[in-house]
Design a protein around this ligand. Structure first.
Ligand code: GLN
Ligand code: ZN
Length: 759
C-alpha cells in the first residue's frame, strides 16, 4: 500500500501557543525552560494529531522556534561574528539575537535580514556568509527531535534544508560566490546524516525547493556535486523534495541525482507527472504531492485519482508515497475548530489535519478499500454540488465580467492631459505633501473596535468614536499644513479584512492562523464565491472627512492584487479571474467616491510584487493581468480625478515597466532606508507620472530631522523632475505613536516649504 507522509506541519499551535510562549519569553516573563516545554508539547501533540489523521511517517526537525532557515544556519555554525558573544553567553539568546536583534547588556546587534520564502507569505531569515566561511555541526536539534518522535513510537523522517538551497537562499556579505562554500558545507551535512543513520533514521528528507527556480549551469553543477558527495557518505536514504512548482528544465538533472526518492508538487504542476515518471530511475521512490499545501480547499478526487493511478501503474505501490504538495506550514491546523462556519462552506475546506486525512483515504482507496472509494466519490459529489451553491457563481458578476471591454481599463485621456485637468481642479502647491493613509491606532481605538465587535459597544457610540477620531486626524493635518489630507483609517483593523468583510464571496475563520514570521501570524480571509460589492464601503467615512475641511481629501482603498494575494483564493477559477472580480467591485467604489466629491483616490498595491511567479517566463503573463486589474479598478474616472497608488517596497527594477503601465497619476514608494537609490529604476525608465519617494521610515521609532529629509529630497530631485515629486512617509503611520508622528511630519512639511523656496 502506498505510504502516507507529509513534509512539514504548522508550528505555531492551534491557539498560537508558540506565539504566546515566545512573546512571554522575550518580555522576560518566562524562562527558557517554559518556552522549551511549550515547544515540546506542541511537537508531541502535532505528531500525535498527524498520526491519528493517518500519517504513516511523520516529519521531524520541521519544527522551529523561529524559522527553519535560521535553524539550518545555526546548526551548521554559520553564525556571523557579531552574534558570537551573545551565543557564548547563552545559545538561545544568540539564536533570538540573529532572529530579532539584541539590545541588552552592552550588546546592540541588528537582526539578520528577513525575506519572503519563495512566493509564500512566510518570511525566512537570510543567512549571512562570507568567503572562507567555515561550517561545523553545532548542537543536535535534528537528532533530538528524531529521538523525541521515536519515543512516542512513531516512524519519523528528519527534514533538513538541503545544502544547495541553503546556499542559494543565503547571501554573502562580501559579494563572494555562495556556491564556492559548498565544499566546506558538505562534510558537516554528511556527518549529521551519518549520525541520523546511527540513531536509526531510515530516510531523511532534504528540501531543495530551489529546484523549481530558473537555474544557471553553475547551480546545476552544484547540485550534481553536492549529491554525489553525500551519496558517497554513509547516510539514511535520501528523499529530495521539490515544491512550489514544476521541476521543468531542471527535471533531468534532479531525477538523475543520486538520491533514493523525489518529491514533486503535483498541485501546482500536475502536468509534470508524465515527464517525472519517464525521468525517474527505476529504483527510486516517488513522493507525489497531490493535496494542496498552499490552500485550504479539499482536493478533487476526480483530479487526484487519475494522477495516482497513473503513477501506480508505472511504478507500483511500493515506490509511491502520498503527500501534500509542500509543507503544511502554509495552512492552518485544524478545521474542526471552525465551529462558526457555514457547514456547506466548511465541508469543502481542509486544513493541515484534514489534508492528512484526505491522503489516508486516497491510500486506502488505492489499496482497494470500498469505504475509501465511497468516501472519495462522496467528496467529489459534495464538491460538485458546491460548485452550484448560491454565491459561488453569481450571474450578475459573471455577465459583467464577460461584457467588460478593453476600454474598461482605460482612463479618458493620457497622463499629460490628466495632469493639466488635475492641476486646475486641485490647485496644489509644487512638491505637495501627503501621507499614506493610516494614522496612529491607539489602544483606546483598538479597544473600542473590539468592544463593538463583541457587541459591547453599540453602533451609534462606535460611530461617534470613529467620527471624533477622523475629526482629530483632519485637524491635526490642517494644523501641520499638509496639502492632501487623509481620514486616517481608524475604522480599519486590517487593510484586507476590512474590505473582505464588506464584499460578497469572502469568509473569515476563527483560528485560521498561518505563520508569517517568528511569532507573527496572519489569518487570511477566504475567497469562496464570486466577489461583488453589495454597498459602498468607504464612501461615508471619506465624505465625512471631506466635509470637515477645505483641503482635498484622498480616498483610500486596497487594490485588487493585494486583496487577492493576502487571501486564500478559490481554486475553481483562475486567479486572474478572481482578481478581475475584485477589481470590478473596487471600480464601483472608486466611482462612488468620485461622485461623493473625493478628488483623489489611492489604491494601495503593496502585494503586487510578491505575486511575481517563481519562473521568469511566467512574469509577463502575471504582470499583464495584475496591471490590467489595477487599471480596471481605476478606469473610467474623470481626468481631473487623481488616482494614487502605494507600494511599500523598493525593488522596482524588475517591474518598472508594469508599474508604469498601471499609469497611476501618483505612486508613493518606500525609499528612506535605501536613501533614494531605489529611484534609479524610475529615473532610468524616465517614469513620467507623479512619484512620492518616502522620506520617513515608519518602521522605526526614530524621528528623521528636517535636514535629513531635505537631504533625501535633494537626492530625489537629482533624478526626478520637480513637477513630479510628492513628499510623504514610506508607508502608513498606524503602528507609530502620536508624538513621533507629529514631529516627523512637521519636519517633513517644513522641509517641503524650504525646498519650494529653493525651486
Ligand atoms: N493605506 C495603508 C496604510 O496607510 C497602506 C498600508 C500598506 O501599504 N501596507 O496603512
Ligand atoms: Zn505601505
Amino acid at each position: 500500500m502506498p505510504l502516507v507522509t507529509h513534509s512539514g506541519f504548522p508550528r505555531i499551535g492551534l491557539k498560537r501557543e508558540l506565539k504566546r510562549a515566545l512573546e512571554s519569553h522575550w518580555r522576560g516573563g518566562t524562562d527558557a525552560r517554559a518556552l522549551k516545554d511549550t515547544a515540546r508539547t506542541l511537537r508531541l501533540s502535532h505528531w500525535q494529531l498527524a498520526h491519528a489523521a493517518g500519517a504513516d511517517v511523520v516529519p521531524c526537525n520541521d519544527f522551529s522556534l523561529y524559522d527553519h532557515v535560521l535553524d539550518t544556519a545555526v546548526l551548521f555554525d554559520a553564525i556571523p561574528e557579531r552574534y558570537r558573544l551573545v551565543f557564548a553567553e547563552n545559545a538561545l539568546d544568540g539564536y533570538f539575537a540573529m532572529a530579532r536583534g539584541h539590545k541588552r547588556g552592552g550588546h546592540d546587534l541588528h537582526a539578520l535580514e528577513m525575506t519572503k520564502w519563495f512566493d509564500t507569505n512566510y518570511h525566512y531569515l537570510v543567512p549571512e556568509l562570507q568567503a572562507g566561511q567555515r561550517f561545523a555541526l553545532n548542537g543536535d536539534k535534528p537528532l533530538a527531535e528524531f529521538r523525541e518522535a521515536r519515543s512516542l513510537g512513531l516512524h519519523a523522517r528528519p527534514v533538513l534544508l538541503g545544502p544547495v538551497s541553503f546556499l542559494l537562499l543565503s547571501k554573502t556579505v562580501d559579494g563572494s560566490d555562495r556556491l564556492a562554500l559548498l565544499d566546506a558545507l558538505l562534510p558537516p551535512y554528511a556527518d549529521l546524516l551519518g549520525q541520523l543513520a546511527d540513531a536509526g533514521a531510515d530516510w531523511v528528507q532534504l528540501d531543495e525547493p530551489c529546484l523549481v527556480f530558473d537555474l544557471e549551469d553553475v547551480d546545476r553543477a552544484a547540485y550534481r556535486h553536492a549529491y554525489a558527495t553525500l551519496a558517497a557518505a554513509r547516510t539514511p536514504r535520501l528523499l529530495l523534495a521539490s515544491y512550489f512548482g514544476a521541476l521543468g528544465d531542471n527535471l533531468a538533472m534532479a531525477a538523475a541525482l543520486p538520491a533514493d526518492g523525489l518529491h514533486v508538487d503535483l498541485v501546482r504542476a500536475p502536468e509534470q507527472l508524465d515527464a517525472v515518471l519517464d525521468a525517474l530511475p527505476a529504483d527510486r521512490i516517488l513522493s507525489a504531492g497531490v493535496v494542496d499545501g498552499r490552500n485550504i480547499w479539499r482536493s478533487h478526487p476526480g483530479r487526484v485519482l487519475p494522477l495516482l493511478r497513473k503513477a501506480r501503474a508505472r511504478i507500483g505501490d511500493e515506490r509511491l508515497w502520498l503527500a501534500p504538495s509542500c509543507s503544511l506550514l502554509h495552512v492552518p491546523i485544524d478545521l474542526e475548530a471552525e465551529t462558526g462556519l457555514d457547514p456547506q462552506r466548511r465541508a469543502s475546506m481542509a486544513f493541515a489535519r484534514q489534508k492528512i486525512e484526505e491522503l489516508r483515504v486516497y491510500a486506502d482507496a488505492l489499496a482497494g478499500q470500498p469505504e475509501a472509494d465511497a468516501a472519495l466519490a462522496a467528496q467529489q459529489g459534495l464538491l460538485d454540488a458546491q460548485a452550484n451553491a448560491p454565491g459561488v457563481v453569481v450571474a450578475g458578476v459573471r455577465d459583467r465580467l464577460h461584457a467588460l471591454g478593453p476600454q474598461a481599463s482605460l482612463r479618458r485621456s493620457a497622463h499629460a492631459a490628466r495632469r493639466a485637468s488635475q492641476a486646475e481642479v486641485l490647485d496644489l502647491p509644487p512638491l505637495p505633501t501627503t501621507t499614506i493613509g493610516s494614522f496612529p491606532q491607539t489602544d483606546d481605538l483598538r479597544k473600542a473596535r473590539a468592544a463593538h465587535r463583541a457587541g459591547k459597544l453599540d453602533d451609534e457610540t462606535y460611530e461617534q468614536r470613529l467620527r471624533a477620531e477622523i475629526e482629530r486626524v483632519v485637524r491635526f493635518q490642517e494644523r501641520l499644513g499638509l496639502d492632501v489630507l487623509v481620514h486616517g483609517e481608524p475604522e480599519r483593523n486590517d487593510m484586507v479584512e476590512y474590505f473582505g468583510e464588506q464584499l460578497d464571496g469572502y469568509l473569515f475563520t476563527r483560528l485560521g492562523w498561518v505563520q508569517s514570521y517568528g511569532s507573527r501570524c496572519v489569518k487570511p480571509p477566504v475567497i469562496w464565491g464570486d466577489v461583488a460589492r453589495p454597498a459602498p464601503m468607504t464612501v461615508r467615512w471619506s465624505r465625512y472627512a471631506q466635509s470637515l475641511t477645505d483641503k482635498p481629501m484622498k480616498g483610500m482603498l486596497t487594490g485588487p492584487v493585494t486583496m487577492l494575494q493576502w487571501s486564500f483564493v478559490r481554486d475553481d477559477l483562475p486567479r486572474e479571474t478572481v482578481c478581475r472580480q475584485i477589481a470590478l467591485a473596487l471600480r464601483d467604489e472608486v466611482h462612488d467616491l468620485e461622485a461623493a466629491g473625493i478628488g483623489l483616490i489611492q489604491i494601495d498595491e503593496p502585494a503586487l510584487r510578491e505575486g511575481l511567479p517563481l519562473r521568469r517566463a511566467d512574469w509577463p503573463g502575471y504582470l499583464a493581468w495584475a496591471v490590467e486589474c489595477f487599471r480596471i479598478a481605476a478606469g473610467g474616472v474623470r481626468d481631473a480625478t487623481q488616482i494614487h497608488t502605494h507600494m511599500c517596497y523598493s525593488e522596482f527594477n524588475d517591474i518598472i515597466e508594469a508599474v508604469a503601465a498601471m499609469d497611476a497619476d501618483v505612486i508613493s514608494i518606500e525609499t528612506s532606508r535605501s536613501r533614494m537609490e531605489l529611484l534609479d529604476a524610475f529615473a532610468r525608465f524616465r517614469y513620467p507620472n507623479g512619484i512620492g519617494p518616502g522620506v520617513y521610515d515608519i518602521h522605526s521609532p526614530r524621528v528623521p530631522g528636517q535636514e535629513e529629509i531635505l537631504d533625501l529630497l535633494h537626492k530625489a530631485l537629482d533624478v526626478l523632475q520637480p513637477g513630479q515629486l510628492w513628499i510623504n512617509p514610506d508607508c502608513g503611520l498606524k503602528t507609530r505613536g502620536w508624538p513621533e508622528v507629529e514631529q516627523a511630519l512637521r519636519h517633513m512639511v517644513d522641509g517641503a516649504r524650504q525646498l519650494r523656496a529653493e525651486l
